[in-house]
Design a protein. Structure first.
Length: 161
């Protein structure tokens, strides 16, 4: 599995789990409380910060795990070979033309989805709806866009393009 595909998996998994926790918490409050009284701003910002932090941590863990797995495979194949490994030989962060095209295609589809999804908060703003709904639909649009981008990349890697 290439580094770019691992990145797409990290983006897809974390980009699903973290927003679900946020939306379950916030929308659960909306059942019993007027949305104008829900303090969603801080939890929303914390959620975005947690997502960024977990993405970075996920990439670091995946990088280290890839290095360790490569070292173990090299040692298993030929004792002492693992000692001669370095990041350049691992090709962990190297991308080829196929990786670049898949990434570009996934980002293109994701940004197209974002553009369409942003019509919802735009419409809510035009109708003078509560900022709660505008902010949360904007966040949801970003989440959906990221998930679609990750899924497109993963499917393209698995099925080819």
């Amino acid at each position: 599995m290439s580094w770019e595909e691992k990145s797409a998996w990290i983006q897809g998994v974390l980009g699903t789990l973290v927003p679900v926790v946020y939306f379950v918490n916030i929308l659960g409050q909306a059942r019993n409380t007027a949305v104008a009284k829900i303090a969603y701003q801080q939890p929303l910002l914390i959620t975005i910060g947690v997502m960024i932090g977990l993405f970075v941590a996920g990439y670091i863990v995946a990088y280290i795990a890839t290095y360790i797995a490569t070292y173990v495979r090299a040692e298993a194949a030929s004792p002492g070979a693992g000692d001669k490994l370095d990041a350049d030989k691992l090709h962990i962060d190297k991308t080829d033309e196929r990786d670049k095209k898949i990434n570009q295609f996934g980002e293109y589809v994701g940004l197209t989805v974002l553009s369409v999804c942003m019509l919802v908060p735009f419409g809510l703003a035009m109708m003078d709806r509560e900022t709660f709904w505008i902010a949360n639909t904007m966040f949801a649009a970003g989440v959906v866009s990221g998930l679609v981008s990750a899924v497109v990349k993963i499917v393209t890697y698995r099925r080819g393009r």
